[in-house]
Design a protein around this ligand. Structure first.
Ligand SMILES: Cc1cc2nc3c(=O)[nH]c(=O)nc-3n(C[C@H](O)[C@H](O)[C@H](O)COP(=O)(O)OP(=O)(O)OC[C@H]3O[C@@H](n4cnc5c(N)ncnc54)[C@H](O)[C@@H]3O)c2cc1C
Length: 378
């Protein structure tokens, strides 16, 4: 009988796992991929929309175009997960699995930061797409880009937001009437890479962006237009661009699999405490930062294990925790940091200076995945 593999969430992790299983064992596994959304949006595309480089319609990749032999994509909301029975309930049905993979990403915990809503943040689709018009209206005063908690997706993204905001204000001829402040929870922008961090801090200084390290926004006081940091310090703002606190989606928390907000897994195998139940990507404590490249890396490792088992070779994949992140430095310059989280005693990161090749590489990062997952030519 075919293995029933049920994957919850068609993001970076879920789509890559589904694609690999379809490519390598299309007839031997019965794969179901469940997502509540009708389209996928790359995280970095949110910044592109915010800063007017493209439109929200152009960056939405409809799941109807994710067509893979052996994979059934179900558009539905997961409302219950019973990990002991590997049983999943959705809004309109239920599924039993031999192998259950939780790839539901990280959710935003607005309630954890009083005053914060989708109108104040740029991490959700609605939040990012809504910022675009607010940015157009912002011509003078103080902009605060503030992170409310860690871990958060794509650690470079708030720094990129500050640098791209600078460019946008320069382009509109209003930069000298505006201040930009960036609040990050870490002592430096990219903790595992001192070189990348130094390059970013230098870029902030060159652009007169105030960097507030080791701080988090605890409350947003709309009446006084003040962001209150957890330290009690206050930052007045005319434009607030926040990064909400993250945690696993409610349905995952209710399954009993989470500890400290996320699903603990064996970092090498990605298996949870329940046999046959795996968690990959942002939903898991998989030993890496929360980013698409690391969700994909976990998917590749798990795919190798599942394919080995199906073929009877027992080749086991190992999650290595390596990945490269592209970083927008503004002025159309893109750098890269190559991070290795699991090989050594502590994480390391190697920086590559911005260059035209890296711009082309980042474009390829997007186009190769649009082609691989959605069959798009560009
Ligand atoms: C501004 C910004 C910039 C970023 N830039 C980059 C970048 O340059 N490079 C990079 O690698 N990463 C980047 N990221 C991070 C990246 O987007 C995430 O880390 C990545 O998407 C995580 O992949 P995942 O598969 O774990 O989860 P996701 O891609 O979040 O997928 C989870 C899926 O689960 C679905 N889902 C959730 N709950 C339910 C439910 N109850 N029922 C059904 N479906 C559900 C969601 O609809 C979603 O499709 C960025 C993020 C942001 C916000």
């Amino acid at each position: 009988m075919k293995q029933r593999i049920v994957i919850l969430g068609a993001g970076f992790g879920g789509m890559e796992l589904g694609t690999l299983l379809s490519e390598q064992v299309p007839d031997a596994a019965d794969v179901t991929l469940i997502d509540r959304s009708d389209a996928f949006v790359f995280g970095y595309a949110k910044l592109d929309v915010m800063f007017g480089r493209t439109t929200s319609e152009a960056v939405r990749l409809p799941y109807a175009e994710f067509v893979k032999p052996g994979v059934t994509l179900v558009r539905d909301t997961v409302v219950g997960i019973d990990p002991d029975r590997r049983h999943v309930t959705t809004a309109s049905g239920s599924f039993d699995a031999d192998v259950l993979v939780i790839a539901l990403g990280a959710a935003y915990d607005f309630a954890a930061t009083p005053g914060l809503s989708e109108a104040d943040e740029f991490y959700s689709e609605a939040g990012a797409f809504g910022v675009r018009s607010r940015l157009e209206d912002f011509t003078s005063g103080s902009a605060v880009i503030g992170v409310c908690g860690a871990p958060y997706k794509c650690p470079p993204a708030p720094s990129e937001c500050a640098l791209l905001l600078h460019d946008s204000l320069v382009r509109r001829g209003v930069r000298d009437r505006c201040d930009i402040t960036l609040v990050l929870p870490f002592g430096r922008p990219i903790p595992p890479s001192p070189d990348t961090s130094a390059a970013l801090v230098e870029a902030f200084a060159e652009r007169d962006i105030t960097f507030v390290p080791s701080a988090k926004v605890g409350t947003l006081d709309h009446d006084r237009a003040v962001a209150v940091l957890e330290s009690g310090d206050e930052l007045a703002y005319d434009l607030f661009l926040g990064v909400p606190k993250h945690r696993a989606p409610d349905v995952v928390v209710a399954s009993g699999l989470t500890e400290d907000g996320y699903v603990p897994v064996d970092p090498a195998t990605l298996e949870t405490r329940c046999p046959g139940v795996y968690a990959i990507g942002d939903v898991a404590t998989q030993g890496t930062p929360k980013a698409g490249v690391f969700a994909e890396g976990a998917a590749r490792a798990l795919a190798a294990t599942l394919i080995g088992r199906i073929r009877g070779t027992d080749d086991a994949g190992t999650h290595t925790g390596k990945g490269s992140c592209y970083i927008e430095f503004g002025a159309d310059r893109i750098g890269r940091v190559d991070i290795d989280f699991l090989s050594g005693p502590s994480p390391t990161g190697t920086f590559q200076e911005p260059s035209p090749q890296l711009r082309a590489e980042k474009e390829h990062f997007g186009s190769s995945r649009r082609a691989r997952w959605f069959g798009r030519a560009t």
